[in-house]
Design a binder for this molecule. Sequence first.
Ligand code: HDL
Ligand code: ZN
Length: 428
Amino acid sequence: MVTGGRHRAGAALQHAANSPDQAAPGSVVPLASEDEILPAVRQELEAAKFIDIHTHLFMPSLGSLGLWGIDSLLTYHYLEAEFFRCSTVQPGEYRQLSTCQKADLIWRTLFVENTPVSEAARGVIAVLHAFGLATNATDLMEAREFFRAQDARAHIDRVFALAGISEVVMTNDPLDPEEGPLWERGVERDPRFHAALRLDRILVECPDRWNIAELRRFLATWHDRLRPAYMAVSLPDTFEFPDDSPRGLLLAEAVLPACRDFEIPLSLMIGVRRQVNPALQLAGDASGAADLRALERLCVAFPDNRFLITILSRENQHELCIYARKFSNLMPFGCWWFLNNPSIVEEVTTERLEMLGTSFIPQHSDARVLEQLIYKWRNTRRTLAPVLANKYRLLCEDGRQVTRAAIRRDIHRLFRSNFERLLPGGVI
Ligand code: HDL
Ligand code: ZN
């Protein structure tokens, strides 16, 4: 008598065979109980290599643009903002210090005189611990010596392995006075670092200095040079579309047609209130709820374009899920910047699973310093495992058992193929 179980296993076997990763033996056996599911989800998340679709990291040939090591980790603008809340040192005085002096000050203030319980501070502890370094030292001597002794390329290999990622997407700004000339001279590419053509200086800072034809030529030149996975721009909470401002016209008449012609997505990162406290420089930005009807109009007006969308305000997240249900050319991604905290990642990812299934990209790191990849992706796995496992538990309760092969396929979709499918030829 063929039992239902064997039939189910057979069907699952066929299904698993179509999954991106050939089903490993034993992976098609349904996981029946809750206490089997969570460990399986954790193990599959741990084993999977993710694509980190938005970072501020740079490939080795871009030299000093790439930040790594303890002094860069500690002078991360997230920690600078937290430092000024705990110190009498004023931003003006702080800016006069060397990077080492800033790092010493932040270490003493946030890590010695106070307990590093914030996400960004705990992240530094996680990085030190990952390399077997002391996490309660009163100074940075050991850490500096360790990072100084690392070979840059081998260190990248090690960090990517520890973070469980196979590749990252950079943020490349042709108009950056330091970065632009390097690309113009020609730089060695590294297959682990994909380019993204960032347009803030044009679309946000000085759109009135460009006309449509000039921008089309500029985009063609830099698409050819960078071969970007996508084009990107961060936009204020006041962003509207359509609007007859220079930015609105350049977006509609130059950027979106170019993305369509090159068959690459446009990443819109909406909701930034730039420099609400200029004295804090990079740490001086804030967040504001946006009117997402702009997204609705963009998706309707440009049905052949693909939009990678991340929104900065927590208040906009549920609405973003609704728009993603209306427009299949809208791909929500990440819990961006001020949202990248477990309490919010859990809430946002839960509502995305409830409304979008696995048709979204849960996270990117936004890493600015190489070793941040380690803690940012560790935190993502730690937060998402119970969120995902709970959906599988509910599925079991409602009548469908889940297999490791299905979990592996879902994680592959969430952290790789949902992004790859947006790219030319469906591969990064
Ligand atoms: O505009 C962006 O890409 C943002 O991510 C900013 O770089 C921001 O300063 C940041 O680092 N967020 O994590
Ligand atoms: Zn960013």
